[in-house]
Each structure stands twice: as C-alpha cells, then as structure tokens.
Design a protein around this ligand. Sequence first.
Ligand SMILES: [Zn+2]
Length: 219
Amino acid sequence: MLMTLSEENYLKAIYNISTKTGEAVSTNLLAEAMETKASSATDMIKKLAEKDFVNYKKYQGVKLTKEGHLIAASIVRKHRLWEVFLVEKLNFSWDEVHEVAEQLEHIKSDKLIEELDALLDFPRVDPHGDPIPNKYGEIQAKKKVPLSSLKVGEKGVCVGVKSTAKEFLQYLDKIEISLGIELEIIEKEAFDGSVIVLYKDQQKNISAMAAANLYVRKT
Ligand SMILES: [Zn+2]
C-alpha cells in the first residue's frame, strides 16, 4: 500500500491519541497534534476515510479501521524499535532519539524491521517505556501507575515516563533515575505533594510534578 509521509503521520497521530484516551479522536485534537488547522485535518481525514483507513462521522470524531490500525501500529512499531536501536547500538541518549526515529519510521522494508527486532533481542518497550506493538499490531498492556500514586513504604520499578520533554529526561539523567531502577517512597509532603524517594542507596527529594510524570510498576 503506497502512502504519503503525511498520511502515515496522521494515522500515527490518531493511533497515539486514541490509545491514550480510549475514544474517537476529535478533529481539533488531531489538528493540534499535527500542528495544523482543523480544516486541513478534516481534508486529510476525508482522504483517509476514502481509502478505508478511518471511520469518520461529523461531530463524532475519527476512528481507525482494522486496516488503518494495522498500518498505524506498524509505524509506531518501527519508530519505537529504531529508538531502542539508537540508544542501545549507537549510544544516543533517550532525549535525543525521538526526532531521528520520526524519520527512520518511514523506511519501508519488512525484512529490515524484522532483522532489527531480532538484533535487539525482541524488546517489549522503547527507551521511554512505551510498549512496542508486535508485527500483528498488538501490544501487551503492562499496568503502570504514576510514582505520585504510591503510598509511603510502597515500592515500584520505573517503567516509563509520561512526559518525554527534553528538559524532563535530562533532569532524570541528572538525578540518576532510569528505566528499571527500583524506587521506594520514604516520605510524602502533604503541603506540595513532593516525595522523598529511596533508590540506589540514596534519598532524594522529587517534586510533585516529576513524580506525576514518572511511571512505575508496583513491586
Ligand atoms: Zn519517539
């Protein structure tokens, strides 16, 4: 199926938004994600609907069809596998990989991507902890909660970040928090929601905002 870059990016945006919200995607949300006008987003939605990649009803938003979902998931799969590759094989840091992966995700070769998957030993998550769909477009949902929802004395392993803002990822690097490390809540400040966390044999104060943007799996 021959598709333009722009069509692929729209399908991916619809996939990403609807995975987060669990609902049909409004034209306005989509336009915002694509940094364009609502009228341009509507034009593209109509085009994608003609090709049977999305279902669109005015005022009800847009949903991926089975075919559209498969294509979108395959782009997300490529994007996230390339991110793992850049971090593990080319020593990129996790705040540098997204923009490069945005370009690599459009390369069309099934063989390349299956070989890449094998080379990386079939990773389940990208460097930000987001799940990598398999080649059938399925993901294994892992239950993750924000660090801020843990109570004093509870522990969790860091499995992802809600915000992938450069500044936030660099902040996490600075305080030595990365995927896979175990954190324990030592104290919670009722006044501003900040938490004192124990990890790597050290105690650190983490702001409420950072704790809300860090995903953990309870242990
Ligand atoms: Zn990315």
